[in-house]
Structures are given as C-alpha cells and as structure tokens.
Design a protein around this ligand. Sequence first.
Ligand SMILES: Cc1ncc(COP(=O)(O)O)c(C=O)c1O
Length: 404
Amino acid sequence: MTTASSNSKEDTIIVHGITKCYTTSMDLVPPIHMTSTFKFSDQHHAASIFAGTEEGYLYTRISNPTVDLLEEKIALLEGAEDAIATSSGMAAVASTVMSFLKPGDNIIACNALYGGTFSLFNTHLKRLNMETRFLTPSMSNDKNNISPLIDDKTRLLYIETPSNPTLDIIDIRLWADIARQYKIPLCVDNTFASPYLQKPISLGADIVIHSATKYLGGHGDIIGGIIVSNNNIVTQIKEEYVHHFGPAMSPFNAWLILRGVKTLAIRMERHSSSALTIARWLEHHPKIRKVYYPGLTSHSGHAIAVKQMKYFSGVMAFELKEGVNKTAMEAGKAVLNNVKLCTLAVSLGDCETLIQHPASMTHATYSEEDLKQAGIAQGLIRLSVGLEHPDDIIQDLEQAFSVI
Ligand SMILES: Cc1ncc(COP(=O)(O)O)c(C=O)c1O
C-alpha cells in the first residue's frame, strides 16, 4: 500500500493518495475489484452488514473497493470529507439536484452551463415542477442580482466555472457567502478546472461535481462522474438518489480514472501553458474577432480567475471574422472541416486537441434566444488544447484559417 502523508506536496498526494481502503495484495497498482456481489462468511455476517452494524461490501451498486479508492482520492484532492462516484457527469448533476429538490422547489443558476445541464434544468426538471431561476453570466457576479431570486423554496445554488463553452468566470466566494447567508448549499461544477487548478470547497462551496470523463480521466476512454461534499450531504445523495435510481460507477472505469488522476498535475500544467500560448497567438491573429480564455488579461473574468484558480486550464473558445465571400459562421465551419491535427469531436480534457462548434453540437439544446442569453455566438468554436506541442496545434490552425 502506498501512501503520502497529509503534509506531502499536492503533486505527491495526486500520485499516491492516502489509502484507507483495504487491498489484499502487494501490487503497486491496486487491483480492479470486478465483481457485482460480495460473499459473506455466514448469515449473521450478512445480516450485520445489511443492518450497518458491521462495515463491509455487499453489492457493487452500493459500494466497491476500487470505486471507494477513487472516491477517497477525489475527496482528498478537493479537500472534502467524502465523495460518491457516478456513471457519468450528468448522473452526478442529476443525482445532486434530485436529492435536494421536490416538486415546487427551485434552483438558482447561472445559465452559462454545459448544454446537457442546461437542458436538464430548463426542460426536464420543469416537467417535474422544479424551477430553475437563471442569471446571465454578466449578472452572476453581483450579489444584488442573485439574492432577490432566492425564496423559501430555493434548495440549491448552482454554478459552473469556468463555464462551458464561453469560459465565463463566476466568483465562487461571492456565491458561497450568499449560500451561507441563506443556508442553502452551493454546488460548483469544477469539471473545467479540475481540483489541481481550483478548490471550490476551500472557497466556501458545499458540493463539487465533476464530469470525470474530462480532466480527471484525462485520456478520453471512459464516461464517469463524481460528487464531493461533507459526510451528511454525500449520504443524502447516496440514500435519496444514487442507491435507488442506480447510476453507479463501474469498477473498471474507477480504475482507469485512478490511473488518469496520477498524472493530473503535470497534465494540467501542460494543458494550461499550451492553452495560454495558443490564446495569445489567436488574440493577435488578423482573422480572429474574439478569444475567450480566462488567462488573457483582456478576458472579463481574468481578475477573479487569478484569485480562484492556480492556472487557467486547457479550454478556450474563439470567433472568426467574416472571410472573403464567407460569413463568420461559414468561416467557422470551413475551419472545422479543414483541421488535420485537431480532432473534430465533443468532450474535452483529453491528450488529443479537440475542436467543436457549440451552437450545432454540445449546446444544440439551446434555442437561438437561449444562446444569445448565455452569450454563445452562433459562429463560436471551442478548442480543448491537448498535450501535443503547441507549435503543431498553432500550425494546424493556421493552415485551416488559410481556407477562409
Ligand atoms: C462542465 C460539464 N459538466 C458536466 C458534463 C456532463 O458530463 P458527462 O458527459 O460525463 O455526462 C459535461 C460534459 O461535457 C461538462 O462539460
């Protein structure tokens, strides 16, 4: 069993964790407990575990040693007491909101969100008579805009920062102060930053969720999610939702994410430094109208990002100018069809650079009006900068821009 100590540097803890879960072997890497159920020594043992008077595993939908290792590690990195892994990032979002809301209740959220989250809040929760009161990103960093939306049916405050796909930066400490004042939990989607770059709990948030599909996994080979919080909230989410509705994580996926997390520190440093290089190059490119990257001093959220993030992560977005006989939208489509190294695909946080068009892909669930409200231009292109050399990514974009 390998462990770091609690005063080890973060990069060391990311590699080793502080392992409480049992492993029965001397393997450097913990085994995958690929089992759906667990044996009991006799009926009394089984009954004690079911009654909760004895600790132990009984069934993998409820808990599993490999999944426990992942939960323990992410809780540690986020500075939280506990965690629960889920089958996807959307399962993490849905399990959290469904365990807090009942019909008639409401959530307050900034509308700069991943398209799936927006659609869950704006359409599917609405059908269950659960309301979301949205703020635009430009309203979201002023307490005077947020507080008036709260009433005695508000059960959750919800933000995503940096947001998908416009990289809006929401002030976590400001939202956490409001959450404390009204005694309503604040949930932060920390997918774009990862715990290496941003720790919402240390800024006062109550719940942090991730699409582990992205930077935590880091290799584009799994779908997963995780929720971290204090013991009471994690128990509530498990008992009110996850155990019964069943979006449990597979032990194999947990093992792959654990493997990915070991390199989180060096990956996030490289993603961030390459993204900053590319964003600065784009910002001065004559064919670019606007670059959205919180590491640029021209970004409206830069000052807050400097306060709450270590670096600025690997995702950016940009808008092209009109080309010769091409609208900005047509120019964007031409670039997507002409990249050679960058891959036209959704998702982010992988080793490979991924490029996509939010209005027709990840955010296709937004109406034209919703896109306008969230500040997502029709021609916006999102780039998830991978681990290739930044010069090669720049060269690929340059050759793609030449067709405009
Ligand atoms: C910020 C954010 N949250 C949640 C999700 C949903 O995660 P998943 O695709 O793992 O369900 C995504 C997916 O892109 C995302 O970008």
